[in-house]
Write a new protein. Structure first.
Length: 202
């Protein structure tokens, strides 16, 4: 359902999905880059949301400022601020349960960077992390578990780079590589959901 979400630049277009029972966690999911068509309704984000619901989490996803019905003008730094606002809203709506920070592509940088420094975040998940394009240093200092889902044939960030980044992460950590997948997980988005379910459903 659509929910009101106030960001630093104005109203953010947001969707909240809830499992049938009381949620065990609340997950905030960051979308891919809007300049490449990314929104909170992107197929990979949708499959991540379905996986999170299966493991009993409530899921808040949103469009960055300037995207869809969200007010303001998009910027990458602004996306970080928007994610922090979404985390605040999620924690206020579901007090006392763990928060999870997840993102896909650009969203992986947003979620891991904003989530790593937030004590409420109990798990971080980056899908197709674009480690060759953004500074992921915050994630290497995270005290929460960091889980990565990589595309085996990612044309934006070769899986070798993801493995090197993974090697700099602290424990606990886990890396799932989806063999044959491109950065968009064309025809393989369901496998992203399966990986997220595997990582967070234990």
């Amino acid at each position: 359902m659509h929910v009101p979400l106030q960001g630093p630049a104005g109203r953010l277009d947001a969707l909240l999905d809830e499992p049938g029972l009381d949620p065990a966690a609340v997950a905030v999911v960051a979308a891919p880059h809007p300049q490449y068509g990314g929104t909170m309704r992107s197929r990979v984000v949708f499959e991540m949301t379905q996986a999170l619901l299966r493991v009993g989490a409530a899921v808040l996803r949103f469009n960055y400022r300037g995207v869809g019905l969200s007010a303001g003008e998009f910027s990458e730094e602004g996306a970080l601020e928007d994610f922090r606002a979404a985390l605040d809203a999620a924690a206020a709506r579901f007090p006392g349960i763990p928060a999870w920070a997840l993102g896909y592509s650009l969203g992986s940088w947003v979620a891991l960077t904003a989530g790593a420094s937030d004590a409420r975040v109990a798990a971080l998940v980056g899908v197709a992390p674009v480690v060759g394009h953004y500074d992921f240093a915050a994630a290497t200092a995270a005290t929460a578990p960091v889980f990565l889902v990589a595309a085996g044939n990612d044309e934006m960030t070769p899986v070798k780079q993801v493995r090197q980044f993974y090697g700099r992460l602290g424990e606990p950590r886990e890396l799932v590589v989806i063999d044959g997948a491109d950065h968009a997980f064309t025809g393989m988005a369901i496998e992203v959901g399966d990986a997220v379910e595997q990582l967070l459903g234990e």
